[in-house]
Design a protein around this ligand. Structure first.
Ligand code: B1M
Length: 214
């Protein structure tokens, strides 16, 4: 079994004590940080998600896998985030109210930082009032709303309406993402951008912020 496959298995089976050394082993073998993320850690968390959907595992197993995934990301984080330090803009990100999934949002924050954006990460289960407060406080270029549940993606639209009511909608570009989110949904709720993954989100935010600053 390749080291990347072993990493997937370690995430899916929630082996906390094994993950850091295995990720380090992959790095020592010359595997890139991006490949460890895309071909090792993410397939592992997706595998547990599929098993969960089939009722083969339960929430504690998924929680454990998420913890192992985060520990793996910690090892490669400095490599993913390596870059120059010229700030191009500011982003406020968070997972919307009612939603506790934060792995994807954390990756978005990480990739945005590596794209030289300053990122204010509001965490998960964030309501519209907190986004509005952050817009007024940090004057960001973009606001990123992550949602992983078909129920909580509605909250993305709700937050956009709250930004309009608070008179701050035109100050920022609103980006949306998360597994159930699509371009069609983004258009329906009046978001400015939908991106399918963290790297694309960082690229979109960077391009927009740079065009504003130019
Ligand atoms: Co939950 N969960 N979960 N879960 N969980 C899913 C999402 C689910 C698909 C599992 C399944 O049934 N197959 C399902 C949702 C079904 C649906 O709504 N259609 C589900 C469910 C049902 C639930 C609960 C309701 C279970 C329960 O309690 N009965 C519950 C809800 C809790 C809540 O939020 N209120 C729940 C709880 C949990 C845990 C807490 C145990 C844990 C989260 C831990 C944590 O995040 N700290 C968890 C996990 C880990 C998952 C799965 C297995 C993995 C999610 C993940 O982190 N993926 C997930 C199944 C799956 O997705 N395969 C599942 C990896 C991550 C990198 O991907 O977040 O999609 P993702 O991010 C991607 C892109 O979407 C994008 O970039 C990333 C890639 O680069 N992206 C953005 C994300 N945000 C973006 C924002 C952007 C742009 C791109 O711009 C702003």
């Amino acid at each position: 079994m390749s080291t990347l496959n072993e990493i997937s298995k370690i995430v899916a089976s929630g082996q906390i004590t094994a993950i850091k050394a295995k990720v380090q082993q992959a790095l020592d073998e010359g595997v890139s940080a991006q490949s460890i993320l895309d071909d090792g850690l993410l397939p592992g968390i997706n595998e547990i998600g599929e098993k969960f959907a089939r009722n083969e595992v339960f929430v504690p197993n998924v929680l454990l896998a998420a913890k192992v995934m985060n520990m793996g990301v910690e090892v490669i984080q400095p490599l993913l985030a390596a870059g120059e330090n010229t700030k191009v803009g500011t982003a406020v990100v968070g997972t919307v109210k009612g939603d506790l999934h934060d792995i994807g949002k954390n990756l978005v924050a990480l990739m945005m930082r590596s794209a030289n954006l300053e990122v204010i990460d509001l965490g998960s289960n964030v309501d519209g009032a907190k986004f509005i407060e952050a817009i007024n406080k940090y004057n960001p270029d973009v606001v990123g709303l992550s949602a992983l549940l078909t129920t909580t993606m509605n909250e993305q639209g709700h937050i956009i309406r709250q930004l309009i009511d608070a008179g701050v909608r035109d100050k920022v570009k609103v980006m949306v993402g998360g597994a159930p989110v699509t371009q069609m949904w983004a258009d329906k709720i009046g978001a400015d951008a939908f991106t399918a993954d963290a790297a694309e989100a960082a690229q979109w935010a960077k391009t927009y912020a740079a065009s504003k600053g130019a």
